[in-house]
Write a protein that binds this ligand. Structure first.
Ligand code: 9MJ
Length: 672
């Protein structure tokens, strides 16, 4: 390809990629599947690698993050970044509304723009000639930090504005946040890797922006909503804030679709209720709503007091993080025998819900945070999830607080506990067949909605069935009769018949559901689906070696060992046979053969930075050829694919004598 053709093709690719990003992030109406987007990006990166002189700073390829910084430089905001006054009740809102009417000397109802209040970090972004130029944190409102390189990595942020009449210089202000799905996934992975987890998505977003290495920021799932304009040169501003938001969206910036115009304070209060109701279902954390006078002339008339505008107010939700006293810690046994500490708390209201129990995760965390009975602890409740103890206020100690010893016996069956060397969890030493606690949990899991989905068989009922001695394992479920069931407290003829019927229906299931229902340690829904699709039948899965299991995407040595051990235990084989004899059945699945499995049986580890491809792209290419990609180097690694700045993985590969491929050798491998 000549440079002329390359330049032309790049122009088309950039325009197409920008259009697709806009449809995806701003309009929420993607036109092409993700894989096709990735293919376009891949083509762009390929051409850019041949013609580095054609790479612009704001090319869609530049979101991977560049060179790390030594420190952040300071940025003085041209216009101060304001904070908002808060209201926690309707009275304060009415008083705010009265002050607005007074100052404007009008009795006419005011139109407000009502917005969800994202719980993230305020950001100032400068576009010059429509091109992304600089991003700075709010800091103290006057001076912030230059986070241009980190913010550039946010996929939802346009690096070039689109549409007409783009001002030569425009400052967009908004909130950077971490969506909940990304936050949970990040913390899970961090915990697995023994890295620091974040207490909430806000801290996670802040911590990600504070990284000196933009590649780290790039790996964090950040997102952004724009909510106002700071400086703008050469823009004939519209008359209202609402029109400003519409224009920002038209220029390609993500603007919340929940923003509305409302009339008067009563309109604001209704909006608050509406959003409060939707809050738990939103894919991100919000901590209230923001109300802004819509008319920009009125805004100017109202002006500021100290650092906050008189034309806006944040109506906050009741706090979701509260402090209360830890009364006691009890341990609950799970289906795999792990003992989980549960905090019994002095009841406290968190976001309108009274909380008296919270999870403490595991003994390791409890000791790491040095939590003691009698402590004042921080409780966090987010949406529908179980409240967590996120920390302790050590300064409030009286000295009478008691450390929590690790349990030496199982609270359900009294057997001794054990702590396997490489695990953070303490376990009941009895098998699932000897411990009533584990048994009940295993049956709950088996019958759950995402497993065999036995409708009408809730947790309480399972506990009742186990404690009454009617069932000892999930097989016994299928031998329950209506006569037996009606002997239970609060169980009528009709409910009993319904349950027997539901159990009958649950017998016709699918292979992934059945595998998941078995409750093999660390085999969740996704892994169950992966192994089911890979092996196609239970028989093949049962016979699989750990090596064969590790060929499945996302199955590492630990999970492979868990699966292999599960099926090699005679008691488990008997359980499966008994379930099949009771009538459980499912169709086999078609095995997906990779079209071109030239690298089948090989395991690669990828590290460092590459000029042509991202690590994810390399991973996908290797997997499409049947190879496995693992996260850490071991004696089973076929080769380490090492780019620039490879660190500890490279030394480990050298220590173990594992072959190391550079980018050129990787390209040969992929072409072969
Ligand atoms: C948030 N956090 O969502 C403002 N905000 O306006 C919205 N913050 C704001 N507006 C002026 N939607 C200062 C802060």
């Amino acid at each position: 390809m000549s440079i002329k053709v390359a330049r032309q093709r790049l122009k088309t690719l950039v325009a197409d990629l920008e259009e697709h990003s806009y449809r995806y992030y701003v309009l929420d109406d993607p036109e092409i599947p993700d894989a096709q987007f990735d293919a376009l990006l891949h083509e762009l990166i390929e051409i850019e690698s041949k013609y580095p002189e054609l790479v612009s700073a704001n090319s869609p390829s530049q979101r991977v993050g560049g060179q790390p910084l030594d420190k952040f430089t300071q940025v003085k905001h041209e216009l101060p970044m304001l904070s908002l006054n808060n209201a926690f009740d309707a009275d304060t809102m009415h008083a705010f509304g009265e002050r607005v009417l007074d100052r404007l000397q009008t009795e006419q109802e005011i139109e407000y723009v009502a917005e969800p209040k994202l719980d993230g970090l305020a950001i100032s972004i400068i576009y010059q000639q429509g091109e992304y130029h600089q991003a700075a944190t709010r800091g103290d409102g006057t001076t912030g930090e230059d986070v241009t390189l980190n913010v550039r990595t946010i996929d939802a942020l346009p690096l070039r504005l689109r549409g007409k009449n783009i001002p030569p210089r425009l400052e967009v202000r908004g909130e950077i946040y971490m969506p909940l799905v990304g936050f949970d996934a990040y913390n899970k992975q961090a915990e697995k890797n023994g890295e620091k987890t974040f207490a909430n998505p806000r801290n996670a977003a802040a911590g990600s922006l504070r990284q000196l290495d933009p590649a780290i920021a790039a790996s964090r799932p950040l997102a952004i909503f724009a909510y106002s304009v700071g400086v703008s040169d050469g823009w004939d501003m519209p008359a209202t804030h609402y029109e400003v938001l519409q224009q920002l969206q038209a220029w390609g910036l993500p603007v919340s679709s929940l923003i509305k115009r409302v009339q008067g304070i009563s309109g604001c209060l209704n909006y608050y209720e509406e959003i409060a109701e939707q809050r738990a279902k939103l894919p991100y954390d919000i901590d209230g709503v923001v109300l802004k006078v819509n008319d920009l002339q009125q805004q100017e008339q109202l002006g500021f007091v100290s650092r906050a505008p008189r034309w806006a107010i944040a109506q906050k939700f009741p706090a979701q993080e509260v402090v209360t006293k830890l009364l006691e810690v009890e341990f609950q046994v799970g289906r795999t025998g792990a003992l989980t500490p549960v905090a019994r708390l002095e009841p406290v209201s968190v976001g309108g819900v009274t909380v008296s129990n919270a999870t403490l995760h595991n003994m390791d965390e409890l000791q790491r945070k040095d939590i003691r009975v009698g402590d004042q602890v921080v409780i966090r409740r987010a949406g529908d999830v179980i409240p967590q103890v996120t920390g302790v206020i050590a300064s409030k100690r009286s000295g009478k607080e008691k450390p929590i010893p690790a349990p030496t016996t199982c609270p359900a069956c009294g057997s001794d506990t054990i702590q396997p060397e490489d695990e953070v969890e303490i376990r009941c030493s009895a098998s699932a067949y000897e411990c009533d606690g584990q048994r009940a949990e295993a049956i709950k899991h088996f019958a759950a909605r995402r497993a065999l989905d036995v409708s009408g068989l809730g947790n309480k009922l399972v506990e009742q069935l186990v404690s009454e001695g009617l069932i000892k394992s999930c097989v016994d479920l299928f031998h329950l009769t209506t006569e037996q069931l009606v002997t239970l407290e609060r169980m009528g003829e009709k409910s009993a018949a319904n349950l027997v019927n539901a159990l009958e229906q649950a017998k016709h299931t699918t292979l992934p559901r059945f595998i998941y229902a078995l409750g093999i340690h660390e085999v969740g829904e996704a892994t169950a689906l992966g192994v089911a699709q890979h092996f196609g039948s239970l028989q093949k899965l049962q016979q699989a070696t750990t090596e064969q299991l590790e060929e499945v995407d996302d199955v590492g040595p630990v999970v492979a060992k868990n699966i292999q051990e599960y099926f090699s235990l005679e008691s488990n084989q008997e359980l499966i046979t008994a379930l099949q004899s009771a009538g459980l059945e499912w169709p086999d699945l078609e095995v997906l053969e990779p079209e071109n499995a030239s690298l089948a049986g090989n395991t690669y580890v990828i590290t460092g930075k590459f000029s042509e491809l991202t690590r994810n792209e390399i991973k996908a290419s290797l997997q499409s050829l049947g190879a496995k990609v693992a996260g850490s180097v071991s004696s089973k690694t076929t080769a380490l694919i090492a780019g620039e700045k490879a660190g500890s993985k490279l030394s480990k590969a050298n220590d173990l004598g594992i072959p190391v491929y550079d980018e050129q050798q990787l390209n040969k491998l992929l072409d072969s």
